[in-house]
Design a protein around this ligand. Sequence first.
Ligand code: HEM
Ligand SMILES: [Cu+2]
Length: 614
Amino acid sequence: MSTHASHKKRSGLMDWLTTVDHKKIGILYLIAGGFFFIIGGIEAMLMRIQLIKPENDFVAAETFNQLLTMHGTTMIFFAAMPLIFAFMNAVVPLQIGARDVAFPFVNALGFWLFFFGGVLLNLSWLLGGAPDAGWTAYAPLSTTSGGPGVDFYVLGIQISGIGTLIGGINFLVTIINMRAPGMTFMRMPLFTWTAFVTSGLILFAFPPLTIGLFMLSFDRVFDANFFNPDNGGNILIWEHIFWIFGHPEVYILILPSFGAISEVVATFSRKRLFGYSAMVFATVLIGFLGFMVWVHHMFTVGLGPVANSIFAVATMAIAVPTGVKIFNWLFTMWGGKIVFSTAMLWAVGFIPTFVMGGVTGVMLAIPSADYQFHDSYFVVAHFHYVIVGGVILGLFAGLYYWYPRMFNRVLNETLGKIHFWTFFIGFHLTFFPQHFLGLMGMPRRVFTYLSGQDLDQLNFISSIGAFLMAIGTIVLLINIIISASKKYAPSSDPWNGRTLEWAIPYPTPEYNFAQTPLVRGLDAFWIEKAAGNKGMTPAEPVGDIHMPNPSILPLFMSIGLFSAALGLIYNTITVTIIGIIATFICMFLRSIIDDHGFHIHKEEVEDDLKGVKE
Ligand code: HEM
Ligand SMILES: [Cu+2]
């Protein structure tokens, strides 16, 4: 079978369900990740309403456990992860001068697996109760939790985890193989570098998670005893496996955010990034050290002073490359012609906020101190400073920065600034008091507290701050809706950009670059602009462009695994078998159908270049 040169133009919904275009997949990730961000946000609000006053009975204790677990799990796996994939998809191929990622079909499969994993997890609310053992699913809480909740957790994350793993591998191959002529590793934009290191971390961190989840599902579904001490298992094994994945996971999330900050700071300071090679080195070093420190999550389980000391020192070492990054951002701004666009505001707000998260991180890395801080609100404050103050602020900077490239329209700056100030002030109001709540003894993961313990006022302030963050998020949604009704922005290079993604006209053609650009140094587009050239110097003549065909198979494969998981959760093995067979049939079809893709002909490309529209 051959499908050569079948340039089928699909439209509407079918186009989105079958697309293998990295730009559209980026938008799909953004919408799905944004959707789950709102769900996770609503869960956070419900928890903060419950905690607004002592001995509140807004939600029951069991519900609180479910909200807590679903909030953490959703935010990490189904909001932050897809949002970094949204930007990696939207930006990386453009920044390296490529026509797409290395394996577009696999890219689409990665998205649909993530999406159906998220849908599966959230169905638990409707089908017998959400998981309640925390996002870390510590045994024996997770192995003994009644109802199907934790099964949804295990299988939902398993399915989406496969998607993440294949997505990461795809980006490794893409960045290694598909760079335009002249783009050496040390000329790669920093966001691409961070995407590269993050993909490497995914490659090494997700397999341990896969294994851990397999063991946990065997314990739950088939009564195995990996984590059951009564029958020779060991609960600590789960903790080790989970954090061998879990700690690198935070670096998987934060590195692309660092990358976005680097692009934004350089662009809006009108200077090249200070200390580029030190930034690259720091990124790689953070990635490496990220694997050496997981035991700092287990200081209090009794591994002994030697293990604790080694991991304490390793953890503190991460502050060094991170400090290098902070100072390089500051030096980039130093003496620059700073433009305080909304994207730049997020980047500037990010720096002190993330530093505070880093400082409390070093505090937690002192084992003796951790015996005090452990499982108190101090920890909650710390990790929200890192993942909201770091990851989310960085992603917002990236959103305002790359929105024009993704949607050909700019977001409104005034609304953007209102979003920034409400969210930023709300954030500090929410999480700053939690440091003190923790020091005063408020434990983490509790559904209520007693009055008369001096915990009332700070909890009240914290909840008010959360409302402010919610208002900020609503302003962002309004901004997006308004921008959708606007015409294309006049310029395809709205920020006077430095990197290749800004060298492409509006609307971004399917094939990205009509002619592969020739890269002559770091900040390739800036170099051409500084030399007085209007665009990039091409590295090839105009010719036919080879494109991959769209396909519905990734969607069907994912639905197959989704049904298989539902079958496992409800012990209906026939459903499982049918689901797996469906997935295998799709894999088989993918193997035997000779998919040669199609060509966009030279004449069409030339018309595009001249600006002729059908
Ligand atoms: C938007 C504002 C947010 C608010 C108001 C908020 C609030 C909360 C609250 C009240 C808890 C429970 C703390 C406890 O009792 O231990 C919590 C836990 C958690 N949050 Fe958030 N959160 C927010 C955003 C985020 C984001 C963006 C992420 C990650 C990307 C995140 C990740 C987590 C995690 C991992 C947990 C721990 C869950 C567990 O232990 O199972 N949160 N959050
Ligand atoms: Cu850690």
